[in-house]
Design a protein around this ligand. Structure first.
Ligand SMILES: [Zn+2]
Length: 123
């Protein structure tokens, strides 16, 4: 598992500060392992829901079909956004903004300290 760091700008109105973005990069081996894990989890759920009367008509084929779809998604995801660290451009507090794995730059979010809107973009 490798973590890549990138310099980013944190902007609030016309104040700009320098932040650091952390991205997790998945190797092809890790992607394959995650894909197999996703497939196994979906098919395990299909097996468990087999014993739920009536609902199993929907749940079992649902999880069986979802398995390969989830596996493909996990396999094609080569990176995951982690967080941005830096001084908030509004309140100047040092903050860590947690990101969603699928977030893409540029993006709008909020300062966890002062709730000001923060625009994160590549340097
Ligand atoms: Zn702030």
């Amino acid at each position: 598992m490798s973590i890549e760091r990138q310099a980013v700008d944190l902007r609030h109105e016309d104040h700009v500060t320098a932040g650091e973005l952390s991205i997790r990069i998945y190797s092809s081996g890790e992607r394959a392992k995650r894909a197999v894990g996703g497939l196994a989890a979906c098919w395990a759920l299909a097996g468990v829901t087999l014993f739920i009367p009536i609902a199993h008509f929907v749940l079992v084929p649902g999880f069986a079909i979802a398995g390969p779809i989830v596996a493909l998604r996990l396999y094609t995801q080569d990176q995951a956004m982690l967080d941005v660290k830096g001084p908030c451009p509004a309140c100047n507090e040092s903050v860590t903004i947690e990101l969603d794995a699928k977030d893409k730059l540029p993006l709008w979010t909020y300062c966890p300290q002062c709730r000001a809107s923060v625009h994160i973009d590549k340097r």
